[in-house]
Write a protein that binds this ligand. Sequence first.
Ligand code: ADP
Ligand code: MG
Length: 387
Amino acid sequence: MNVHEYQAKEILAQFGIPVPAGKVAFTPAEAEAVARELGSAKFVVKAQIHAGGRGKGGGVKLANTPEEVRAIAEKMIGMQLVTHQTGPDGKKVEKVLIAEAVEIKQELYLGFVLDRAKSAVTMMASAEGGVEIETVAEERPEAILRETADPSVGLMPFQATRAAFGLGLDDTLIRQFTSMATKMYECFVKTDASIIEINPLAVVGDNQLVALDAKMNFDDNGLFRHKDIAAMLDPTEEDERELEANENLLSYVSLDGNIGCMVNGAGLAMSTMDIIKYYGAFPANFLDVGGRATAERVTLAFKLILSDPNVKAILVNIFGGIVNCDLIAAGIIEAVKQVELNVPLVVRLEGTNVEKGRQMLAASDIEIISAESLDEAAQKAVAAVRG
Ligand code: ADP
Ligand code: MG
């Protein structure tokens, strides 16, 4: 799960990481009031969307007075902000962060990620912050310093200090950097984060380090023990179908292709997606209806797939083990009664009660392309989307 910059900064501040004073605002009037409350010499108005590159896209603006803050917020709230991460349609800005603007002397980069190959958290730091770190990583990988934390002891202060030296920081900054990096590691581990990224980590005023931007991502599987973080979910930033699936205990992930898949079991769902790609088409989703599927959940799964306008054919691939084929058949029949089926439907059933399931489908008046094997089913689905 992703959170907004203002939320990430709240979390970081709880761990003692310095961030500029600021507060989120939902209306221009609120933005002006926040600026008055801050009472700083200069302000920055920042669009809160789950995408980076806001600065270049016009989503970060400086202001000198609370009135100016209001004028900027008037333009920013409601605008469709396009950045290199949003896609061409952009993202609608619903809220802005009003923060104290600081005098920047240098922009650094500091990030923490889970290195799956090393099974450990890795810190990445660069003296070339502010710009797109992806470009630095690609063109000059040596400009990014890495320190991997041993999980049994965590990130050691000497590792942070070594990175600080590598960044060419002076004595006071080295001390601040070491303290900040170890706190960030603690924050990463304690919140079950999967990414923390500060870009830029700025050197400001009389040699102070401040996190000017913050991006955090959390492991969904850890959210049950962080109710405060889970409550930060912004539904406007989430895929509607994924949210609905989640609420109904279906595992669903939206994808870019046009064959809607309804499968039971994550492994079978993965191989179904693979074989669709093997025959030259792309899946529109990953969907595991699970082992405890009821007719209602199958109906809902079917509706979810059909509500995606990109879906040009549906492939049902069920192995009746824990969930019986007749139950799946009942779900399909029920769903088609409720929603208009306007795309070809390929069904491959195998396993417990398969005959009963097939008979039920045959007896219904639903037009079905049936298949015996996974291979045949995939080929028929791919042929169906090709018209
Ligand atoms: P994004 O990464 O989405 O472009 P940032 O928060 O990094 O957004 O802001 C872009 C740039 O705006 C920063 O690199 C920094 O130069 C400037 N900036 C951001 N916050 C402040 C602030 N509080 N004071 C002064 N400048 C800021
Ligand atoms: Mg940034």
